[in-house]
Design a protein around this ligand. Sequence first.
Ligand code: PLP
Length: 383
Amino acid sequence: MKILRYHMEDWLNDSFQVDYNLSASGCQDYTLAELLELCQADLADLGGLFLGDNDTRGSLALRQEICRSYDSLDLDRLMVANGSSEALFCFFNELLEPGDEVVIHFPAFQCLYQIPLSIGCQVKFLDLLDCPGWRLDLDRLAELVTPRTKLIIINNPHNPLGWTLTRDELAQIGRIAAANQAHLLFDEHYRYLPLTPGADLIPSGYDVCRPLHPDTHASGSMIKCLGIVGIRIGWLMTEPGLLARCRDYKDYLTHTIPSLTDHLARVALASRETIVRRKKQDILPNLAALNAFMADHAEVFQYQPPSGGVVCFPRMRQVADSRRFCEIMLRDHQVSLLPGFAFETPPHLRLNFGIDHARFTEALGRMDQCLAQAAAGRIRLEG
Ligand SMILES: Cc1ncc(COP(=O)(O)O)c(C=O)c1O
């Protein structure tokens, strides 16, 4: 199987050392000591951790902890992987055959459509940027899905657009899949970070749709929502037969979940409410500042405020490609934004608001300066 390069990786790798990194997709990450302190866990306990082999589905303790975030998930339907990318890779390769029809929205996180394309599937895209509010239009989804469709893929909350789906919308998607006997996969990477006041968890498509349609599957993660991207944990939820085959597939890749990351994932998930509450002390003021910034610069950016996760995807109105603006921001202002080419939509850019509030405000100030220079004709943003 031949795979295309990830469009975004070179840019992201060049952004690690920058002062204000708004190109990443997760919340600002913790140190180990910070994480353990927030979780009221003792660093010394790590000394007693057994560094032996582990269940290839992830430890029982971690799987039990993951199940607590779902209404209808049991241990037989859950496999932990080294990142949800690994879970998705196993799932696509086990379920899909060359020629299978797959329906997905666009833009989307690259692996969600690139792996099906590499397998030789016929991928049909629903263009979100052509839908009202850039949201998933369920009538258009219903038109696109046919009895030939093998798999529908939905990423909720959406990276990069930041929308979330309601329970009703999820149920409608479940009914579309059931009516066409299509498998349905939800990628729920940002589920732990709803931005609506008072919300704790974004409803899971797996919970809502499986009672309506048994061929519902999902991938999940918490590493970006909890600021622990370096531990590389994700999971797959599917029916036991397919799970066993995905587990076989994983045995050829990484096989085991390292005991250290398995342990840290369990500790962090057990304290997720505390961690998310702490994260929101920065993220919600950041979002308010971002909304104000976008209102002030409405002639430059077309913007839809996000309702889940920590990214949004404004479009630059006056340029065909945001790359030059992003390059100037990176080189002259030490602020990294992800140009839209990374999602094959050049006029847009992805902006992360998951860093601490003081630094986020400073980064917005630097964008403001750059736009003022462009408005005064001192720099050019196109070309
Ligand atoms: C929507 C979505 N799905 C899957 C992934 C892959 O995640 P992981 O880092 O857990 O492999 C990402 C990573 O950015 C993502 O944004």
